[in-house]
Design a binder for this molecule. Structure first.
Ligand code: ATP
Ligand code: MN
Ligand code: MN
Length: 368
């Protein structure tokens, strides 16, 4: 029949790292719905289901125009039965019952609010939920034990749930660069994460720090953090030291996506930027901003930039593609060729894509 003779409306590659995903696309009403279901599945600790909805949303983000009819999606990868059913319902009725009832549910709303506290993951939020906690304010006068991160998260809840603008990210960049130059002249900082992908706002600001002379970067993080702290710029920080070298002859670590760089999860105290003096007096004069700092040796810098630019799905698919298609293993430190049994060196992201046999995708098109 006619349907079968028509060529597919769109062609989309299987892995997110094989396709371009710009920031702005034409199907936000559909992707928001699927991403809400992905979020809800993650709250239920069903990662497989969560990734499936995320992948379906990501495929729709690559389409050059807005989908009108479900038939147009014929032949596209990553669109499972459940996702297609949700999409069809939205196309026909303007909304999906499952999405709307999830959005309204007490559990979804509580989990969203509680995981929105810095330092609180799904496991903790779920335990609190079962103990009757619904809102961050319920924690203020409860007996729940909070660790230092969670205390800071609760204290700065409002600020940390207000988007960070690009201007604020740039202002933080100036401060981080000052700190880094003060303790190690010649060190370089690079803005990574969502802002490097061209986002105009984000939930935090991510920086990668390196020095062109290999080895100079060792032990840099505590010095940077100390400088920032002395200036009164930090509301919270947790520094983790590099565990890459020492783990080599140490006990086997559990498999994890976590890399082993020296890193710091922090909350900056950012002085207000553009407020005129009278305005300043009215509102509070600074904003709490989440900042992630990572130090990389120069020889691993290209892998670190690629690994910290995201998006999370783009990274996940890069690693999956490397393993499944190329028999290689990629992380934020290196690329290992399991067939040749050797590490492949690279000094730029372009080189890494080329080693993987992938067309280069610029950061602005990695918004999968
Ligand atoms: P947002 O605007 O919400 O901050 P984002 O894409 O910058 O979006 P982040 O959570 O800041 O999201 O993560 C940025 C990048 O850093 C992602 O690509 C992620 O893969 C990487 N990343 C985050 N945490 C870790 C970690 N613990 N280990 C390795 N990589 C990480
Ligand atoms: Mn980020
Ligand atoms: Mn981050």
């Amino acid at each position: 029949d006619k349907l079968r003779l028509d060529p597919p409306e769109f062609t989309v590659k299987n892995y997110a790292c094989q396709r371009r995903t710009p920031l702005k696309h034409n199907n936000t009403h559909l992707t928001h719905a699927l991403e809400l279901l992905a979020e809800s599945a993650a709250f239920g600790e069903n990662e497989g289901r969560s990734v499936a909805f995320t992948r379906a949303a990501s495929v729709l983000k690559t389409l050059p125009r807005s989908v009108q009819r479900i038939e147009e999606l014929r032949g596209l990868p990553c669109l499972g039965e459940h996702s297609l059913r949700v999409i069809k319902e939205i196309l026909e009725y303007g909304a999906s019952q499952e999405v709307e009832s999830t959005r309204q549910s007490e559990q979804y709303q509580a989990m969203k609010a509680l995981t929105g506290i810095f330092g609180v993951g799904v496991k903790t939020a779920d335990r609190w939920y079962r103990e009757g906690v619904r809102r961050p304010s319920d924690l203020m006068d409860s007996e729940q034990k909070l660790n230092q991160a969670q205390q800071a998260g609760l204290q700065h809840y409002k600020d940390l749930n207000t988007c960070v603008s690009k201007a604020e990210a740039d202002a933080i960049g100036v401060i981080v660069d000052q700190a880094v130059q003060a303790v190690l002249p010649g060190a370089q900082i690079t803005l990574t994460g969502g802002f490097r992908r061209g986002k105009e706002s984000g939930h935090d600001v991510d920086f990668l720090i390196t020095h062109p002379e290999e080895g100079k970067e060792e032990g840099l993080m505590p010095k940077v953090v100390n400088w920032l702290d002395t200036q009164g710029l930090l509301l919270y920080q947790k520094t983790t030291r590099n565990s890459y070298l020492e783990s080599k002859d140490g006990p086997a670590r559990p498999p994890s996506n976590m890399d082993r760089f020296e890193r710091c999860f922090s909350i900056f105290k950012l002085e207000s930027q553009s407020c005129s003096p009278p305005e300043r007096e009215k509102s509070h004069q600074w904003k709490a901003v989440r900042v992630d700092l990572v130090v990389s040796p120069f020889s691993q810098f290209a892998f670190a930039v690629l690994g910290w630019t995201g998006s999370k799905l783009f990274e996940r698919d890069l690693r999956r593609y490397a393993g499944q298609v190329k028999n290689m293993s990629l992380n934020s430190h290196s690329l290992f060729d399991s067939h040749q049994r050797c590490f492949l060196r690279a000094t730029s992201e372009e080189e890494i894509f080329s080693l993987l046999g992938l067309e280069y995708i610029p950061a602005c098109d990695r918004n999968a």
